[in-house]
Design a protein around this ligand. Sequence first.
Ligand code: NIG
Ligand code: FE
Length: 416
Amino acid sequence: MLLHSASQLLTLAGGPQRGHELGRLGIIPNGAVLIRSGIIEAVGSTSDLQAAYPDEPEFDALDRVVMPGFVDPHTHLIWAGDRAAEFEMRLEGKTYLEILEAGGGILSTVRATRSASLTSLLDQTRLRLWSMFEHGTTTAEAKTGYGLKTAAELRLLQALLALNREGPMDLAITFLGAHAIAPEYIGQADAYTDLICNTMLPMIKEWWPLHAPELPLPFVDVFCEKGAFDLAQTRRILETACNLGFPLKIHADEFLNLGGVPLAVELNAVSADHLVKTSQEDIRLLGQSDTVAVALPCTPFGLAESDYTPAKEILAADGILALASDLNPGTAWCGNMQFVIALACRYLKLTPAQAIAAATINAAAAIQQANQIGSIEVGKQADLIVLEVDDYRHLGYRFGTNLVKTVIKQGRIYPV
Ligand code: NIG
Ligand code: FE
């Protein structure tokens, strides 16, 4: 198929974008893309590609923006139920961490998720997946973390693998058994940490190749936070995971700075996420590392807080910045990367071009897939979106409506 007549073809070519390089869109005016068997085979101007491939079935982009599908590198996609009552409590003055300490928050979603039937859990999750897809996300990271028991966490891994096979969204799966102290271990965080290190991680290492031989090992993530895992426990879990060969991620500095960033950099984590209370020294460390800094602006927005990730400082320090939704029932029930971009432009002070690069090629780097997705380059998977606008700056500028007209996933066309 020859997709042609894109007003602006945003290629994002050239790999992940560090520091002030961020925002290099690689625009081809009146652009075209040749797609065969789900792979990008040629990229260029409409006139060149029409001359070179005259017999190809055509897809007319009608003078609209065409760009890579969004990559969402941080979601808590799979859960059951909702926390609308807690949203109301927070508006009446309770804080997120107070609700968690009182046995609500993540633990209330753990109860709902454990007791949901597999069918119901899959149905609820699938609805969210399709909504993300229609808003232009073609690959998403998805964490477990609402099971917090060996069998319950394995059930979530299995459900995510099933959804990944079902498609069309590709999922990059993360084990987040260290999302909160399990209800059975309240007051015994070290004992729960032992369970993760001595039982869960070795078991998943054996289990994974039997259930997903085609996929690399999942990421292992830890919520390093007061009321969740302290720095010593986080280190134990991440070091154990690293020794077993798992790639690492961390939730760091969301509410308090416990020292998660230096640990992530030391262990060469693939990404460090949230980064709201991150210090100048930590920003400097990130900038000198290959750990991707993932900002989640829906989270402070969802909590009505005023501090956001110091994105400009991360760029000034030469960091690799990515954007993600953090889709979850507690702080940010939003899987729409267009809205993430709109928030990033306002609160992280990114330009639309910077935010777009952070939500595509750099987001792909945050899940170790920058070689396959996140840009429009020969040899990459044909995951593209066609917008209903002819200038990319409408992304970020406009919010609250869906600007995606068509999603093309592995070469297959899905009208929105
Ligand atoms: O990234 N911080 C930990 N996890 C989520 C919230 C999950 C929840 O509240 O259910 C986050 O904000
Ligand atoms: Fe999160």
